[in-house]
Design a protein around this ligand. Sequence first.
Ligand code: SF4
Length: 209
Amino acid sequence: MIIAALQKTTLIDYPGKIACMIFTQGCNYDCFYCHNRTLIKKRCVKPMDFLYVHRFLKDRSALLEGIVVSGGEPTIHTDLPDFLESMKALGYCVKLDTNGSNPAMLARLLDDRIVDYVALDVKAPWEKYAEICSPAADCRLVSESLRILTHSTVAWEARTTLCPTLTQEDLKAIGSYIPPSVVWRKNKYRMPLVYKKEDSVRIHQDSLM
Ligand code: SF4
């Protein structure tokens, strides 16, 4: 697993817990409004020393309650389960932020009980997934992740960024995928500072919020 950054404390990213955040390098999507463009590439210019991260988390285990693993997309790393298992062994609650592209890994993490909370991005109505998240984004995998979480007992939430090009109709469609009992966070669109030239027009378009 390649760790690109560590945020030592967060009070807002793990509901009800004082946590730290780990950002993994690499993402299999390329959302046009991505705020973490430096994390998309698989190669990290300056990865964090794994032993340093582990030592830090071990030392802080009495002060922090949880760890949020975010990215990039954490599930592209085949050794993610081992890492999360080691975090559980230190006594942490583990939250996973995922774009939902790896339902097989998600199912394994749930079966092994090494995640306590999942935030699943549902970024667009299915027919707009490729347009918003890049042609590599297969909405069938996200739909399968949604199905897995819906049938699991883990605490989870769905998240949607209200990016330009999403319409009220799109939002209605996304809402129809998410069970009414599940928290659905609609994140305000913030214009990224770095974006691809060809996305300039839609980056500057008005969003729903
Ligand atoms: S899934 Fe997240 S990290 Fe990946 S490109 Fe989209 S917004 Fe960026």
